[in-house]
Design a protein around this ligand. Structure first.
Ligand SMILES: [Mn+2]
Length: 357
């Protein structure tokens, strides 16, 4: 296991690599070329420069989150092969730069969805939150505008303004896509990219849908143990793997997170560990809690123990943190609360290791 933090790159992140390096036990970052649009080729030189920049700051470039998948690939449009060819070339360039982990998602239109970016918690901190009733009463075209005011001047992944301007076109692209078609398109994509992943030993790690159910009538296919196992079996190659995101799978309280982890030995290549707090009045209203078990709904010890028990050896990162101590930054991606999360997870890991000796 390697403890990492997500970092959006120079000029995009409000946190510096100097700060990340001072978090005890964090040795790497998970990063991306943030300016790249889905479908755009990443050159080897661009990847090389990013990697060198990270390494010059004393950290590893431990993986990419994300290389985004173009909507033509997700919808199976006639031009999808052109975009898959570009994706393969990007993977080739990543492989040549000795990068072996790529996180991606296969969510239609919206990446993750939250209805509030700064819900005020009783202790005065703020967190991202979700309320299904709000989503049910919202025109999806207004989703971006409803939360844009709380982004603190940052550009949030999956919510780029250029993308949101085309929201009606995007919905049009997906109008005939049901769960089965989306699944077939994912399998087609994976089968085409597996040879380059085999050649360079690149672990593809699909991120679950967040929240783990359909929103705005759009299909969602990475939501439960059964569904992720179906993807694993359909393309039965170890390079076809999973980002185990506790906070995303956990949005559906029927998902037994430790049991899901144990069902995926050898296929979890990347882990996002975070806690949620469901509100008693509805299982469809939750906020992102501080990482410790006592602060939320999940038993974080059991989650980390399950990862340990399946010999998980990839990068792990704390996930969204709250805004605390007056920090202003990208919602979910401040420094302080994620640093607390990293040290907490490291503490759990050390205790589990020593207990088993
Ligand atoms: Mn995640």
């Amino acid at each position: 296991m390697e403890m990492t933090l997500r970092w959006y790159g120079p000029g995009h992140d409000t946190i510096s690599l100097e700060q990340i390096r001072q978090i005890p036990g964090v040795t790497g970052v998970i990063t991306t070329l943030y300016d790249k649009m889905p479908g755009e080729l990443w050159t080897q030189e661009e990847i090389h420069d990013l990697k060198r920049y990270v390494e010059e700051h004393g950290l590893n470039l431990s993986g990419i989150e994300s290389v985004n998948v173009h909507d033509s690939i997700k919808t199976g449009a006639p031009d999808r092969d052109k975009y898959i060819d570009a994706y393969i070339e990007t993977l080739e360039n990543l492989g040549k730069e000795d990068i072996h982990l790529v996180c991606y998602n296969f969510m239609p239109v919206f990446d993750w969805t939250r209805t509030e970016l700064a819900r005020v918690l009783p202790d005065g901190s703020t967190a991202l939150a979700y309320n299904q009733t709000t989503v049910d009463n919202m025109d999806p075209a207004n989703m971006f505008d409803s939360i844009a005011g709380d982004m603190n001047g940052t550009v949030m992944p999956g919510w780029e303004p250029e993308r949101m301007e085309k929201i009606k076109e995007l919905f049009e692209m997906y109008k005939d896509i049901d769960e089965e078609k989306l699944f077939e398109n994912l399998v087609y994509f994976l089968e085409r990219i597996m040879p380059v992943c085999d050649k360079y030993d690149i672990n593809m790690a699909i991120h679950p849908d967040d929240p783990a159910w359909p929103v705005f009538g759009l299909p969602r296919i990475i939501t439960s143990k059964e569904k992720i196992l179906r993807v694993m079996k359909a393309v039965d190659n170890k390079h076809n793997g999973v980002t185990f995101c506790a906070g995303s799978y956990g949005t559906n309280i029927k998902n037994d997170l430790p049991e899901m982890i144990r069902a995926l030995p050898g296929r979890i290549h990347f882990a996002h560990v975070r806690n949620l707090k469901f509100n008693s009045f509805s299982p469809l209203d939750f906020e992102e809690a501080p990482h410790p078990s006592q602060c939320g709904t999940f038993d974080m010890y059991e989650i980390v123990k399950a990862l340990h028990d399946i010999n998980f050896d990839g990068p792990i990162r704390p996930d969204h943190g709250r805004m605390i101590w007056g920090e202003v930054g990208m919602p979910g991606y401040g420094l302080y609360d994620r640093a607390l999360g990293a040290t907490y997870i490291l503490g759990l890991w050390e205790a589990i290791e020593k207990n088993q000796k």
